[in-house]
Design a protein around this ligand. Structure first.
Ligand SMILES: [Mg+2]
Length: 358
């Protein structure tokens, strides 16, 4: 089955309220949707969510990169994922969210060819995933109020708390959140590169005492040696790397340096499900667990992230919650998955099983 045409459409996902994280405030995301058509009439859909300070792309560069792919990928066999990824990498470096959009559309087609959902195409047998929910940076008392609401009203048992601007306020917020939600709710923090080695050690000591299970990306993305140093200094809390891990090669380097307990795999950083499976395999082989995270994404790529989390034993956690914070995103497309509280269930329709057409 050959690729005959690649079409693109832009969508704008506006957050219900801007998300404040250590590197700034995110009010919306402009994403690229890709449709790949084939000579046998099947079509697949994928999504790219460019985030300038993480992937080095924006919506305009994403559209330009896709034009380059449209020229070179037409005529290629849809099953040739290795060849298509290799050709995309030789055509343009980086641009991982656009590569992800192409990759996801190809997995959607694979599923439709086999009459199976993507989580089964990836090797899984059970479409259930427990998802977490994210609380952005705010006043500590407001964060605690939100956390309590998410637990009591929305049924979440795992909270991811954004930190990394002020270590004192972070410790204050986590103290109030722990008081508000009680001892049994799992808490994780994500500093988004906001700490130094010194402030991170102070924060990690306090977070450990509050029963926080993991801390994500304490230091700047490039400082993997620093991450390894911190991990030796704070053995009682799991340290996760996110912005440090884009490619399988990054994962291998972090593993060799013993710089992480957990990798946060994002399809937009690595270029889709195919490279994501390689990162997970490296993690599994080195005893490093994985989580699937997300950018600001619609249900399309969120379904892909959840499919990966559902399929792989080494991926114990999912942080695929961003669509819920976007205006209208819950009902933008029918299908993909359903959820009740934090229990998500992928549907068994072929491919990603979403009702999209353009
Ligand atoms: Mg993160």
């Amino acid at each position: 089955m050959k690729i005959t045409e690649i079409k693109a459409e832009k969508i704008k996902l506006e957050l219900k309220e801007p998300l404040k994280v250590a590197f700034g405030v995110v009010p919306y995301s402009e994403n690229i949707l890709v449709k790949i058509e084939t000579d046998e009439g099947l079509a697949g859909y994928g999504e790219g969510a460019p985030l300038p300070f993480v992937t080095g792309e924006n919506i305009d560069s994403a559209a330009a990169a896709l034009q380059m792919f449209q020229k070179v990928l037409t005529g290629m066999d849809v099953m040739d994922l290795e060849g298509i990824h290799s050709l995309m990498d030789r055509t343009i470096a980086g641009n991982t969210s656009v590569k992800c959009a192409v990759d996801l559309a190809l997995y959607d087609i694979r599923g439709k060819m086999c009459g199976q959902p993507v989580y089964k195409i990836l090797g899984g047998s059970d479409g259930r995933v427990t998802n977490d929910i994210t609380i952005g940076i705010g006043k500590p008392e407001d964060m605690a109020k939100k956390a309590k609401e998410r637990v009591e009203k929305d049924g979440y048992r795992v909270l991811k708390i954004k930190t990394g601007i002020s270590v004192e306020e972070d410790i204050g917020a986590l103290t109030k959140i722990r008081e508000a939600v009680g001892p049994d709710i799992r808490l994780r923090v994500d500093a988004n590169q906001g700490y130094t080695v010194c402030t991170a050690q102070k924060a990690l000591k306090a977070f450990t005492a509050l029963g926080v299970e993991s801390a994500e990306q304490c230091l700047p993305a490039q400082d993997m040696e620093g991450a390894a140093f911190l991990r030796r200094k704070a053995p009682d809390i799991a340290l996760m790397l996110d912005e440090s891990i884009h490619s399988p090669k990054d994962a291998a380097r972090a593993a060799r340096l013993e710089a992480a307990d957990i990798f946060n795999i994002k399809l937009m950083k690595c270029g889709g499900l195919y490279p994501a499976m390689k990162i997970n395999a490296i993690g599994e082989a080195w005893g490093i667990g994985c989580m699937v995270g997300c950018m600001i994404e619609s249900k399309l790529s969120i379904t892909a992230g959840l499919s990966l989390a559902a399929a792989m034993k080494n991926i114990a956690d999912a942080d695929c919650d961003s669509f819920m914070d976007c205006k209208g995103a819950e009902n933008m497309y029918r299908g993909g998955f359903t959820h009740e509280g934090d229990r998500f269930l992928l549907n068994d329709a072929p491919g990603f099983g979403l009702d999209i057409d353009f």
